[in-house]
Structures are given as C-alpha cells and as structure tokens.
Design a protein around this ligand. Sequence first.
Ligand SMILES: Nc1ncnc2c1ncn2[C@@H]1O[C@H](COP(=O)(O)OP(=O)(O)O)[C@@H](O)[C@H]1O
Ligand SMILES: [Mg+2]
Length: 252
Amino acid sequence: MPIGRHQVKSKSTVAYVLQCHSETNIYLPITEILSKRTFSNMIQKNKKLYIKPDQGRKSRGIIRVERADSNSYLLRTSNEVNQQEFNHLTPLWSEIRRLTSGRRYIVQQEINSMTKDSRYFDLRCHALRVHGEWIVGGICARVGAAGNIVTTSHIGGTPTPLETLFTQLLDYNEEEQTQVIKRLHDCTLQAVKVVSPIYPRNWEFAVDVGLDQDKQVWIYEVNNEPLIRGNFNLLPDKTLYKRIKFLREIAK
Ligand SMILES: Nc1ncnc2c1ncn2[C@@H]1O[C@H](COP(=O)(O)OP(=O)(O)O)[C@@H](O)[C@H]1O
Ligand SMILES: [Mg+2]
C-alpha cells in the first residue's frame, strides 16, 4: 500500500479546523487539549466530560468524568465496568495524569446522546467523494451496552438501523426524523468539506456524531480511514454496506 494512504489521525487538529469554520463550529462540542488548567476549567463549567487520546481509535483509552451532586467526582474508562470516586480535584487529576501520561489527549464536553432506556448511542456518518462531489454513503446508529460509556461493537455496542433508533429507541415522529436526517447530512458534508483539505489523498471519511435531547447534532470526531466491517456490515440489512462498498470502487 502506498505510504500516502496512512496518515496520522489527530483529533485536536481536526477539532481546530472545525472550530475555525463557522459552518462547522456550531456542531463541535467544547474541545480543548488536555492539561491540568483546561481540565479544571472545563469540569467547573460542565458536569460531564470525555477525555480521549488524540490519536486514539476504536474507543481505546476513553475516560469519562462526572462531577456528582455531592461534589465528588466519578471516573470511568472504556475498558472497565467499575467506576472510581474521588472527593477532591487533586487525587482525581493525579489519576487522570496517571492514565494519560506520555500521550496527547483532548478533553471534550459530554453530549447527552442517550436512548430513552439510558444507553449511549452515536451515529456513524460515512461520506465519499464521487465525481468530485462529497456525498453521504450511509448513516447507521451504534447503541452502547447498558452502563458502557462508548458505543463501538468491539466493546459491546450494537450497530443499529437509523429507523430503529428513531422509532423504537427515541420515539421520533416522521417530521422529527426528517429534520434530524437533514441536520446529519449537513453536519457530515460540512465537516468533510473543511477537514478533507488536511488529508488531500482521502476520498472517504466517517464522522462520528452525537444527538442530544434537543435533537441537535454534535461532531465527536472525523475518521480519515473509516472501516465498515464493525458497523455497517453488522446491520441486519446489508444494503448500506453494499452501497458503500460499491461507492468505494468509484470514489476518488
Ligand atoms: N463528547 C462526547 N460525548 C459523549 N460521548 C462521547 C463523546 N466523545 C466520544 N464519545 C463516545 O466515545 C466513543 C469514542 O469516541 P471517538 O471520539 O469516536 O473516538 P475513537 O477514535 O476512539 O472512535 C464515541 O463513539 C462515543 O460513543
Ligand atoms: Mg470514533
């Protein structure tokens, strides 16, 4: 494979670019490079935060921190079921530093993207450039296992058709579904439009998107080498998987 296809993925670089454009900064949760200062500021302003490795993938190394009502702090990681509790910011920060030392991380406001039975979900929005134009190849939902902080199928999540999410897990009516699909398309296409110049050899991206209780969509990250086996291929209906495979043949 030519060297050019392997490019460094950097969540902070992508977030910076999304932040700089008015078409995309409306979709970006508050995002900073993790430091003691940015973390302390953000946990005062937001009750719930996600901490993610800058070059991470497949939900590895994700940390969720919550400021609980009793003013204690709860910490969970993507690979453990147990939750740790801290009564002060100092030991909490020591633990975060231990978990994150030696690598760059970002810290991001949590989006309350939850089904009505309180499972986290997100949306995998796959975009390809066909005949010089970016199009959405397919969107699927990923629903996390109960109690998990991430949604990937490697960690118990279930790829789910969009219709199932909307009708069975969120109770959206038809008008709400149409409105959200329109927002997802706009968010995906605007994101790839501003991010693709950093990866000029790429003709394919996938945007991971959260959807909150007000039906606003939020970009978690933009993947520059998206796989479809662990998501679209696990849907009961293979139409979108086949469509993306076909579009890959003609995308450039
Ligand atoms: N800001 C956030 N709010 C809520 N959940 C998040 C947030 N960021 C990430 N997640 C959850 O963590 C998962 C992994 O985060 P993501 O940014 O996609 O990194 P990765 O490169 O590991 O896929 C997402 O699919 C989502 O389930
Ligand atoms: Mg992701």
